[in-house]
Structure formats: C-alpha cells, structure tokens
Design a protein around this ligand. Structure first.
Ligand SMILES: Cc1cc2nc3c(=O)[nH]c(=O)nc-3n(C[C@H](O)[C@H](O)[C@H](O)COP(=O)(O)OP(=O)(O)OC[C@H]3O[C@@H](n4cnc5c(N)ncnc54)[C@H](O)[C@@H]3O)c2cc1C
Length: 226
C-alpha cells in the first residue's frame, strides 16, 4: 500500500470521518462536521451504509434497498499464550458444539515478530448479527468462552498461561448474497451513479472482495477512467 500511495501521498487525508457529501455548483463539498474539502470527483470506498447517511435527499426506495442488503459482522478474539501453536495456518470449525468460532488461525506461525520467545498466538473469528445471542455477550464473556473452548480442543495447553487477550468487533465483515441482493444492489448503485459517485472496494461495491480483489478492482477502475 505504501508503494501504491507514494505518488499521491501529499493529497491523502487520514483520521477524517466523512459525515456530509453535498453537490454545490458542480463541486462536491466533503465535510466531517469541522473541516471541508472541495472536489470535482468522488470515488467512495466506505460502506454504503455510511455513505448514504452523508448524502442529501436519498429517495426512500434507495434507502430501503440499502437497508435490505445483508452482511455478517465479526468478532475477532486475539489470544497470546505461553507454549507453542499447532503446526497449522488456519482451521475451519463448522461444529457449534466446539465453540462459537467458525475459524481459528495462528499468526505466530506466520512471523516470529508477532509473539515473544516461548509464546504463541491464536486468532478466533466469531460471526454474528446485531441482536443475536452472540452480539449480546460482553467482551469478557466472549474471551472466557473462547479460551475455555480452545483449551478443550487442546489448542491452548492446560498449562499454557494466557499472556494476552483482546476482542475486536467489525460491523461490516462479510457480504451476504441473498435472493434479493441483485435487485437491491442494482437500485443503490444506479442511483449513486446518477449522482456521479463511483464505488470501489468491498463494502462500497458491496461485493465479497478479498484484499487482492479490492486492489484489482481499483486498478480496473483506473483503467476504465484514464
Ligand atoms: C476479519 C476479516 C478477515 C479478513 N481476512 C482476509 C484475508 O485473510 N485475506 C484477504 O485477502 N482479505 C481478508 N479480508 C477482507 C479484506 O479485509 C477486505 O477485502 C479489504 O480490507 C477491503 O478493503 P476496502 O478498502 O474495500 O475496505 P476497508 O479496508 O474496510 O476500508 C474501508 C475504510 O473506510 C473507513 N470508513 C468507514 N466509514 C467512513 C467514513 N464515514 N469516513 C471516512 N472513512 C470511513 C473505515 O474505517 C475503513 O478504514 C478480511 C476481512 C475481515 C473483516
């Protein structure tokens, strides 16, 4: 990313949460409520669910279509423990009886730099939807449940002292393609296109793009528009 951003580094603004995007006299005025920028073009890479509230007069049909787009949220449970990780990259765990997580991976097997000597790390991923039983668990409950399950599986040894435990929630994690997806995304995209806003990225295009897919999408966008 550093190599890609290097030629335009001076034009990049970070730590800026867009709250309003308005067209004024042919120019876009972008604001975070404090600082304003003017631009002749908008390419949005933020989730549609964040983009629409920043725009004026979104038709109800477009808002309803956006609200109907389905996604899964994710809790990442990051654990460091004394001992070693199994010689694996990642493991999918479809059995709910084993624990709430559907996948575990071992960052310390990828690099010596992510765990101190004599320690290992495991990342457990738990998908959820707002309002479901998992979403109502506290971070401490999630951490305790995960550590208990990983010990039962033998991933964390019984004598493996826990050196680190943290929980992160990502609201927009996985795009869900339901039967109404094509109709709903079509309504949102065509209205945004009429406004002159282009979409690039996973939750902006609302497509299940991994990192390589996002970069490919950005390059394809540039080829189409240069
Ligand atoms: C838990 C998890 C694991 C994943 N694992 C892999 C993997 O192993 N391999 C892989 O290839 N891909 C993986 N992915 C997918 C990968 O992370 C995404 O494809 C990629 O990050 C999407 O890039 P993006 O630029 O479209 O969006 P993001 O990286 O999501 O960037 C969007 C940015 O917009 C910001 N934003 C939102 N609202 C506003 C606003 N109002 N104003 C300003 N900024 C805003 C957000 O803070 C965020 O920084 C994973 C994703 C998740 C959630």
């Amino acid at each position: 990313m550093k190599a890609i951003s290097e030629p335009v580094q001076d034009f990049i603004v970070t730590a800026y949460s867009v709250s309003s995007l308005q067209k004024r006299d042919g120019q876009w005025v972008i604001s975070d409520g404090t600082t304003k920028y003017s631009a002749d073009r908008v390419i949005s890479t933020i989730p549609l669910q964040h983009l629409l509230p920043s725009l004026d007069s979104v038709p109800s049909e477009v808002q309803n279509a956006c609200d109907a787009l389905r996604y899964n949220s994710l809790i990442s449970v990051c654990i460091g423990f004394k001992g070693s990780a199994p010689p694996l990259s990642w493991v999918y765990i479809p059995d709910a009886a084993t624990g709430d997580f559907n996948r575990i991976s071992f960052p310390s097997n990828y690099s010596d730099a992510v765990a101190p000597e004599g320690h290992a790390s495991v990342l457990a991923e738990i998908t959820y939807n707002e309002g479901d039983p998992i979403s109502r668990l506290t971070d401490d409950e999630i951490l305790d449940d995960t550590i208990r399950s990983l010990r039962q599986m033998g991933v964390i040894p019984e004598d493996g002292t826990i050196a680190h435990g943290s929980v992160y929630r990502s609201k927009f994690a996985y795009v869900v393609y339901d039967l109404d997806y094509l109709e709903n995304i079509g309504i949102v995209r065509s209205w945004l296109s009429e406004q002159g806003i282009d979409l690039v990225g996973r939750f902006s295009e609302f497509e299940y793009l991994n990192m390589d897919g996002c970069i490919q999408s950005a390059f394809s966008y540039m080829e189409r528009h240069s």
